[in-house]
Design a protein around this ligand. Structure first.
Ligand code: ASP
Length: 311
């Protein structure tokens, strides 16, 4: 596999392979010196045209733990501000001899275009509302750790599905692995057409809560909204926010996930965000090991992982 643009590049077997490989990198991350020389001599560049905290730090940590060199590209302090085109920027970075580019862009399909302009591997770190494959992989790894399997499990994804690349990649991943997915949102926050989505839809969070093994809350993507889709955030929270009373309706074993950044008080209250069943920080921790697995699979397969990267 050369690129990771969507989960379809992996398929169900590829997703399972990444999850198994992630176990190895969790173990590496727990070593006293959490570093292996697997990608020594390889260079990974970041092209982030959209804001990020978790994904960027996570990829950067992953690359460093694999001993790769990293090239940091920040749109706000680069020639992009002088009007350089995406293609020229990609070709310039490519000419510096990078092995992989991790790309985030507000336009759906940008990583796909970039893959046509470079010999480097391209990893999609989020493109518009289209896909965010590594988020889905870390979500799957976190769910597998908590629920053991996906077969017969019921996962509800709640909130702004319409603008969410996380929802699109998660639906693909969870259903690929055998889970049932219900989307819970007001009509205005659902995509206009759900043909081909292997999901159920509900507008009533309270009736769904007792039936789930996991509840996945999404952030309201205000930066992608061009019109008022809900009467007010207060009204949204009243219908779809997870507070303590609602969390009490979940089965005892059910976990709560959120991709971050959380809007405490909108989709989740502060109290629920801090409950042990809310595994948001596990998602963050797992994100590093998952991204190590992805980088290793694309750039370093076959390199021995038993030796330490300490120098
Ligand atoms: N961090 C995730 C993303 O980049 C989710 C979000 O921003 O709401 O898509």
């Amino acid at each position: 596999m050369k690129h990771l643009l969507t989960l379809d590049d992996l398929g169900a077997d590829g997703v399972r392979e990444i999850l198994d490989l992630t176990d190895t990198f969790v173990e590496v991350s727990e070593r006293q010196i959490p570093r292996v020389p697997a990608l020594r001599g390889k260079t990974v560049a970041w092209l982030f045209y959209e804001d990020s905290t978790r994904t960027r730090l996570s990829f950067e940590t992953a690359a460093k733990r694999l001993s790769a060199d990293t090239l940091n590209f920040s749109v706000s302090s680069s020639s992009v501000k002088k009007g350089e085109s995406l293609r020229d920027t990609v070709e310039t970075v490519s000419a510096m001899g990078v092995d992989a580019m991790v790309v985030r862009h507000s336009s759906a399909g940008a990583p796909h275009r970039i893959a046509g302009w470079t010999d480097a591997s391209v990893i999609n770190a989020g493109d518009g509302r289209h896909a965010h494959p590594t988020q889905a992989l870390l979500d799957c790894f976190t769910l597998r750790s908590n629920l053991q399997s996906f077969e017969g499990r019921h996962i509800a994804i709640v909130g702004d599905i319409k603008h969410s690349r996380v929802a699109r990649s998660d639906v693909r991943a969870f259903t690929m692995l055998g889970a049932e997915v219900t989307l819970v949102a007001p009509q205005t926050l659902l995509p206009p057409c759900l043909d081909g989505w292997p999901v159920k839809v509900s507008h009533d969070l309270d009736s769904v809560l007792p039936t789930v093994d996991a509840l996945y809350l999404l952030r309201m993507q205000k930066e992608r909204m061009t019109e008022a889709l809900i009467p007010s955030l207060r009204e949204y929270s009243a219908g779809y926010g997870l507070d303590l009373a609602r969390a009490a309706q979940l089965p005892q074993h059910a976990v709560v996930l959120h991709p971050g950044p959380m809007n405490r008080g909108v989709e989740i209250t502060g109290e629920v965000a801090d409950l042990p069943r809310t595994v948001v920080l596990d998602q963050v921790r797992n994100g590093i090991a998952v991204r190590m697995a992805v980088l290793y699979l694309l750039l370093g397969s076959g390199v021995d992982l038993t030796t330490t990267g300490a120098q």
